[in-house]
Design a protein around this ligand. Structure first.
Ligand SMILES: NC(=O)c1ccc[n+]([C@@H]2O[C@H](COP(=O)([O-])OP(=O)(O)OC[C@H]3O[C@@H](n4cnc5c(N)ncnc54)[C@H](OP(=O)(O)O)[C@@H]3O)[C@@H](O)[C@H]2O)c1
Length: 264
């Protein structure tokens, strides 16, 4: 896949996985549109890119503001005239027991991770259908395939993405549009620091699993070639990926294991 001058719109590009993906695509000569809420962080990412003035644009957006997505898409199209790949990466995690979690917190996770991603994709799709090509990528999680303690709203939002985007893939086949769901295991980012607590506060703790995981740069390097192959699902991580395969082979064994292991 030649990425030279292909336009790639990345959400959650102000840190972590989205930032690392942006640098990888920038090195390959793609045109980038970087989105997230924190403008100063997006500026920092842009400044770290090569030839940024000509090839990198910033488009701040809040995924919980779904009504804004059609206008944001119009703005995105004005930058380079097309969108070849949309990488729905922006998201928020959770660290709280289900029984303690406020409904507002549960809804907030769903608004950002699920409804925000769906709304942005729906805004971009008519353009991709018109050009008869496109690639929609969603950064889900291993938690889109299994469930563990402390992550009920997060896992629900990621599972929901699989349902919606699996259906979309069937509908978009005749329009030449590919859909890829990416399931990272643990990646060393601020995701647990930014995770929501039961009452919607900030978890503010880097959990051990994240601290000892692969870097976002390594993750991005592994991701790009697999995206080029337009795989339908991509799994990148360490031994935690075993849980996904065990869920398929023997869900009751997985449940027994997960009940016993320390999950942070
Ligand atoms: N790190 C992991 O171990 C891991 C594992 C599985 C899946 N993932 C997924 O990977 C994706 C990226 O996370 P990360 O690990 O890179 O964590 P991160 O560093 O916390 O990045 C999250 C990104 O999402 C953006 N974001 C959060 N809320 C937003 C909102 N309301 N509107 C727009 N953008 C928003 C943040 O930007 P602003 O704050 O500037 O808006 C930030 O750029 C997420 O979807 C996450 O669920 C991560």
């Amino acid at each position: 896949m030649s990425l030279q001058k292909k336009t790639i719109w990345i959400t959650g590009a102000s840190s972590g996985i989205g930032e690392a993906i942006a640098y990888e695509f920038n090195k390959k000569g793609a045109h980038l549109i970087l989105s997230a809420r924190r403008v100063e962080e997006l500026e920092r990412v842009k400044e770290s890119c090569e030839n940024a003035e000509d090839t990198v644009k910033i488009l701040p957006l809040d995924l919980s503001d779904q009504d804004a997505m059609p206008a944001k898409t119009d703005q995105a199209l004005e930058f380079f005239g097309s969108i070849d790949m949309l990488i729905n990466n922006g998201g928020i995690s959770q660290r709280a027991y289900a029984i303690d979690s406020d409904m507002d917190t549960i809804r907030r996770v769903m608004e950002v991770n699920y409804f925000g991603t769906v709304a942005l994709t729906k805004a971009v799709l008519p353009h991709m259908v018109e050009q008869n090509s496109g690639h929609v990528v969603v950064v889900s999680s291993v938690m889109g395939k299994i469930g563990t303690k402390h992550r009920s709203a997060y896992a629900a939002s990621k599972h929901a993405l699989h349902g919606w985007f699996d259906c979309l893939r069937q509908e978009m086949y005749e329009h030449g549009i590919d859909v890829t769901l990416v399931c990272p295991g643990f990646v060393k980012t601020n995701v647990t620091i930014n995770a929501l607590t039961a009452d919607g506060g900030r978890h503010n703790k880097m959990e051990d699993a994240q601290a000892n995981a692969m870097s976002a740069e390594e993750f991005a390097k592994k991701l790009i070639p697999q995206l080029a192959r337009k795989k339908e699902e991509i799994f990148i991580g360490g031994s935690e990926l075993m849980a996904v395969y065990l869920k398929r082979l023997s869900p009751w064994v997985l449940n027994k294991v997960l009940r016993k292991v320390k999950v942070t």
